[in-house]
Design a protein around this ligand. Structure first.
Ligand code: NAD
Ligand code: UDP
Length: 314
């Protein structure tokens, strides 16, 4: 059955893949974006589809429309971009959530909030389960994003309890793949671009801190499964690949896969950079039947191919 679906942040990395997936399923898609980090290139191949509508709008301002489902993805995700204008970041998270929840309250739409593993801050519990409340610095340079996302989770739950809005929360762990912006600044795209250009690979700190990397196709499948899950399962649920790697291991793997002469250099670790991160995905497995399928080496190989084309490096 065709559904009318709003995707905020639809011109971004994850949003553009989600637009594509839901259009392929035959739905009517409204892509709303202010193009802060998203681009027309990410969605230009969708623009000729008569089921695709683009609205240039800032989700900090109210917007009115009739839809059945909302995926709320609008928010810069890279630390470089969300720290560039931190006040705007927290406004996007808080006002954006209030504005999509306003649409949902009026139209009875279901809302899926793209939350984050940053909710857990620099965690003392490893791997991270949804029941862990986290260890977030409320006044640091990452707080605009971390606390903004925590406030958005709170709003999802309060609109559910107070106004019976059908909300769902997913906590996304580091996701990578084609259409990450060249200037994104996140580790996977940074290392691939540096390796392809033969430039120094910038490992922050000694490289012993860890992350778990999920390929975009797996993540998008998890988002759609969560939206389609029974109403009495509303999360929060972790979505991520539990394979855990040190940043140094990632750098060496990317150098090998690109066959690059690039050298690893060490730079200072940014403040409040979480030392370890790995999702416990048993809840997603049990409730959504979801488990990521794409191994890091395969996902990186496809992402490297994408950046070779984008940067025109043979
Ligand atoms: P992205 O920066 O590529 O996409 C974000 C999109 O939101 C962009 O198109 C941007 O222009 C748009 N946007 C930003 N502020 C807006 C505003 N005020 N109004 C309208 N549009 C706005 O990032 P992404 O990786 O695609 O992340 C998408 C969502 O998933 C974000 O909410 C992010 O916090 C969440 N998330 C992503 C990851 C990841 O690893 N990719 C991890 C955790 C959470
Ligand atoms: N990182 C790095 N070099 C880079 C970019 C990032 O060593 O050029 C590190 C960063 O310090 C962090 C990890 O890689 O420990 C993941 O960073 P990213 O910005 O991708 O996302 P985060 O998980 O920190 O939000």
């Amino acid at each position: 059955m065709t559904k009318h679906i709003l995707i905020t942040g639809g011109a971004g990395f994850l949003g553009s893949h989600l637009c594509e997936r839901l259009l392929n399923e035959g739905h009517e898609i409204v892509c709303l974006d202010n193009f802060y980090t998203g681009t027309m290139e990410n969605i230009s191949h969708l623009s000729t589809n008569s089921h695709f509508e683009l609205i240039r709008h800032d989700i900090v301002d109210p917007v009115y429309m009739d839809v059945e489902e909302i995926y709320n993805l609008a928010c810069p995700a890279s630390p470089v971009h969300y720290q560039f204008n931190p006040i705007k970041t927290i406004k996007t998270n808080v006002m954006g959530a209030i504005n999509v929840l306003g649409i949902a309250k009026r139209t009875k739409a279901k809302v899926l909030q793209a939350s984050t593993s940053e909710i857990y801050g620099d965690p003392e519990v490893h791997p991270q389960k949804e029941s862990y409340w986290g260890r977030v610095n409320p006044i640091g340079i990452r707080s605009c994003y971390d606390e903004g996302k925590r406030a958005a989770e709170c709003l999802m739950m309060d609109y559910r309890r107070q106004n019976n809005v059908n909300t769902k929360i997913v906590r996304i762990f580091n996701t990578y793949g084609p259409r990450m912006a060249v200037n994104d600044g996140r580790v996977v795209s940074n290392f691939i671009i540096q390796a392809l250009r033969g430039k120094d690979i910038t490992v922050y700190g000694d490289g012993s801190h860890t992350r778990s990397f999920c390929y975009v196709d797996d993540l998008i499948d998890g988002l759609v499964r969560m939206m389609n899950s029974p109403d009495d399962f509303y999360g929060p649920v972790n979505l991520g690949n539990p394979g855990e790697f040190t940043i140094l291991e990632l750098a060496k793997l990317i150098i090998r896969l690109t066959n690059s002469p690039a050298k690893i250099i060490h730079q200072s670790l940014p403040a409040d950079d979480p030392t370890q991160r790995k999702p416990d995905i048993s809840l997603a497995e049990k409730k959504l039947g979801w488990i990521p399928k794409i191994e890091l080496e395969k996902g990186l190989t496809d992402t490297i191919k994408y950046f070779r084309n984008t940067l025109k490096i043979s």
